[in-house]
Design a protein around this ligand. Structure first.
Ligand code: G3P
Ligand code: CA
Length: 368
């Protein structure tokens, strides 16, 4: 990715290394649109199975997802595992294990006091005695059918699954790992980033052309990775707040600063894609209806960044008011219509809990 003079100046100011010359160029403007529209199974097919289980990932791949998305945290003994956050009380049965009652604690997680059980306080062997449970049982009651059936997978198991399914399905199933709470883990001497590099190297996936994206809500760790990985990197952004590494280092910039035209040019100095919260692409009004698209997609493409917003879900609770079917949060609304609106805004792909719908929408055919 070519850096502008202005971007290079900002990089120099913050003392970061630019991306190395041998990193592949990102997908670039126009390179991943149309037929190449990318569907990422968000936490697997988490609309239909408890998230971040091999069952959820496998279902996503079989539904046609191009990529499966493991969020990564670490165990006490330094093994990368797939969870959305280090606290596991909300997605496992740990509370039902009296032998771990003493591990319940309160920690400062990116400035927020969180009480529960944390992966970094468990060895992998201990963690494997737990079973995954549905995060939002009130909304996804059907998924609770699978509570207690699946362990917490390691990153290696997710990679192995992607390789096995690629062979079986006759098409490459990519992986789209996210480093979760990088600063939190670095402060505990359990940095995620070297383990991600090691895992990709070990599996022959740290090379141009490997079907891999690596994503983060923080900036510093992506910049560190940019000189060590040869796969595309994706900067995640939120509609509010700031990267926690910026907060921790006293950098006043926010996510809103990153998604300005100049901010996006700066991001393109170390990343190849942007993963915005979908409201940053098409905001909602006070009543929850979609407004007009922002300039984000246009500006990101001009900067050479591909755009994969999150998260597209079928339940009314998550849909814009335009596409809700009723006032019942758990009932399905018109996810097809929401995806159509965002495709019209020019996005290059998306994260979805319902990858079957996203694939059908992309292929312009009824869902199987
Ligand atoms: O990584 C894209 C999206 O997954 C970011 O949100 O919180 O679901 O990891 P989250
Ligand atoms: Ca994620």
């Amino acid at each position: 990715m070519r850096m502008t003079v202005a971007a290079a100046a900002v990089l120099t100011m913050v003392g970061a290394a630019p991306a190395t010359a041998d990193r592949p160029a990102g997908p670039g403007p126009g390179a991943s649109r149309g037929d190449d529209f990318t569907v990422v199974g968000h936490r697997g097919a988490s609309g239909y199975r408890p998230e971040h289980t091999l069952a959820a990932y496998e279902l996503a791949a079989r539904m046609g997802a191009d990529y499966i998305e493991p969020d990564l945290v670490t165990t006490k003994d330094g093994v990368l595992v797939a969870r959305h956050e280090p606290e596991i009380g909300g997605t496992t049965d740990v509370a039902e294990h009296p032998e771990f009652a003493g591990r319940k604690t309160t920690k400062d997680l990116d400035g927020v006091a969180v009480t529960g059980w944390f992966t970094e306080d468990f060895t992998l062997a201990e963690l494997r005695t737990l079973r995954a449970t549905e995060r939002i049982p009130d909304v996804r009651q059907r998924n609770t059918l699978y509570d207690g059936r699946y362990p917490v997978p390691t990153f290696q198991e997710v990679i192995d699954l992607s390789k096995r399914l690629s062979r079986e399905l006759g098409r490459p199933i990519g992986i789209y790992p996210e480093t979760k709470h990088p600063t939190f883990f670095q402060r505990q001497g359990l940095a995620l980033e070297p383990k991600v590099v090691e895992a990709l190297n070990r599996n022959g996936l740290n090379r141009p052309g490997a079907k891999v994206f690596v994503q983060s809500f923080e900036v510093s760790n992506l910049r560190w990775l940019s000189s060590r990985l040869r796969v595309p990197l994706v900067q995640l952004t939120s509609a509010s707040g700031a990267p926690y590494d910026f907060v921790a280092n006293g950098d006043p910039r926010t996510y809103a600063d990153l998604v300005t035209a100049s901010g996006l040019r700066w991001v393109a100095g170390y990343a190849d894609g942007l993963g915005p919260e979908k409201n940053q692409v098409i905001p909602r009004d006070a009543a929850g209806f979609l407004g007009e698209p922002t300039a984000l997609v246009r500006d990101a493409h001009r900067a050479g960044l591909t755009v994969h917003p999150y998260t597209f879900r079928a339940e009314n609770q998550f849909l814009p008011a335009d596409f809700r079917s009723s006032v019942v949060p758990a009932e399905y609304g018109d996810l097809f219509a929401e995806i159509a609106a965002f495709r019209a805004a020019g996005i290059d792909g998306l994260f979805s809990d319902n990858p079957d719908v996203a694939v059908a929408a992309r292929d312009d055919r009824p869902a199987a």
